[in-house]
Design a protein around this ligand. Structure first.
Ligand SMILES: *Cc1c(COP(=O)(O)O)cnc(C)c1O
Length: 393
């Protein structure tokens, strides 16, 4: 027998097995010394315990207690570690989509009567989930203006503050430092949707603020739609929830386990593989967007071009202060002059040859989507012109 003959073969080789049983026994285990460039892919629902001690001593909060596919495998934990590293967090949970990650935060933290504050430019499915929690469980939903921290009046019931940097579609850049300070002063948890920054434009757990250059601020939770830049392919859905605080992580992990949230090893391996060039892609998206902005600004059809790097943009100063990298993601929105009607906006979208009509962003294909701002926003938006909005991303 060769010295490479593995144990499972020698354990079963003396048995008279029928063909199907024989083919269900793996013949090889990876030896310790095999190192590959990419993470090995573990696919698992069942994970086989070494013995009864391993079964009985496992603990739900221990990453290294591999016990079942929903709990995780080395492939999924590898990706979670990478995302925590990018975001400057200590802990990371994975979910099957960005929206699923958002929903986990909402359902783990909010109880009946708790107030949750959301910006008026929030990613709209997050808003819709909170409306459902309001209707079913009596969570109280409050809106604030992303350009005005004073529009938040916390009460004793305030539990969670959602922040988006930059906000969805209209890309206002909020006063992130003041929002975090205000929430902390009232004992309110902060959850950032960090999909736009992707952990590259700024560090959500080490945020600059002008009052004190040495002090860094941190959100409590950073949620990231890995579907966008980390995947980079327009073909994988996934989300993450990052934290610094162990107790908070365990609270989220408990709900994660109870809800049976799990991700596929194949998908995790694909995202891990894309992470090595994510920063390069992000920078290129940013550069391309700056070029596109110059073109859009030269066109008479548009009443307004929206991007945090534009000096007149709502929150431009905050962007400069917080994104010391000078980076912003690859999204720019335009508001058409009010004289353009819906039919013309649709003609515009249909006539584009390289920008396709579709949701999501951060992939290899340029996309557009059109929106009626009046139908989405609840609060006044004096900083925005009237007219149909088209995002390019
Ligand atoms: C896309 C997106 C999400 C949701 O991610 P999915 O994986 O598509 O569910 C959440 N927040 C923001 C800001 C997004 O752009």
């Amino acid at each position: 027998m060769s010295k490479h003959t593995n144990t499972s073969e020698s354990n079963t080789s003396h048995l008279q097995l029928n063909l199907q049983t024989a083919l269900s026994q793996p013949t090889r285990q990876a030896p310790q010394y095999i190192h590959t460039v990419q993470t090995p892919i573990y696919r698992a629902s069942t994970i086989i315990f070494k013995d009864t001690d391993a079964l009985n001593n496992r603990h739900w909060s221990d990453d290294y207690d591999y016990s079942y596919g929903t709990h995780g495998t080395p492939t999924t934990y590898n990706l979670a570690d990478q995302i925590a590293h990018i975001e400057g967090a200590k802990y990371c949970l994975l979910a099957p989509s960005g929206l699923s990650a958002i929903n986990l935060v909402n359902s783990a933290l909010l109880n009946t009567g708790d107030e949750v504050w959301i910006p008026d430019n929030i990613y709209s499915p997050n808003h819709d989930h909170l409306v459902a929690l309001q209707q079913k469980y009596g969570v109280v939903l409050k809106f604030y203006s992303p350009t005005d921290v004073d529009s938040i009046q916390f009460s004793a019931q305030s539990k969670l503050l959602w922040i988006e940097v930059a906000g969805s579609i209209t890309l206002e850049f909020p006063d992130l430092a003041t929002l975090i300070k205000k929430a902390k002063a009232h004992g309110v948890m902060t959850a950032l949707d960090n999909t736009w920054g992707a952990g590259l434009a700024f560090q959500p757990f080490a945020i600059n603020h002008s009052q004190n250059k040495d002090e860094k601020l941190a959100v409590d939770i950073s949620v990231h739609a890995l579907t966008k830049y980390p995947s980079g392919g327009g073909d994988i859905l996934m989300g993450s929830i990052c934290t610094l605080d162990k107790q908070l992580h365990l609270e989220l992990l408990r709900m994660h386990a109870l809800q049976g949230i799990a991700v596929s090893g194949d998908d995790c391996a694909q995202v891990s593989r894309s992470l090595s060039h994510m920063a390069l892609r992000y920078q290129q998206h940013h550069q391309n967007t700056l070029q596109l902005i110059r073109f859009l600004q030269s066109r008479a059809e548009f009443a307004q071009v929206l991007h945090p790097s534009i000096e007149s943009h709502a929150g431009h100063q905050h962007w400069k202060e917080i994104c010391t990298t000078g980076l912003g993601a690859g999204i720019v929105s335009v508001i058409f002059k009010a004289e353009y009607q819906l039919e013309q906006i649709q003609q515009f979208c249909n006539a584009l040859q390289l920008f396709h009509l579709g949701f999501s962003w951060g992939g290899p294909t340029s996309l557009v989507m059109y929106y009626d701002l009046k139908a989405i926003r609840k609060l006044p938006t004096p900083h925005l012109q009237d007219g149909w909005l088209v995002t390019c991303r």
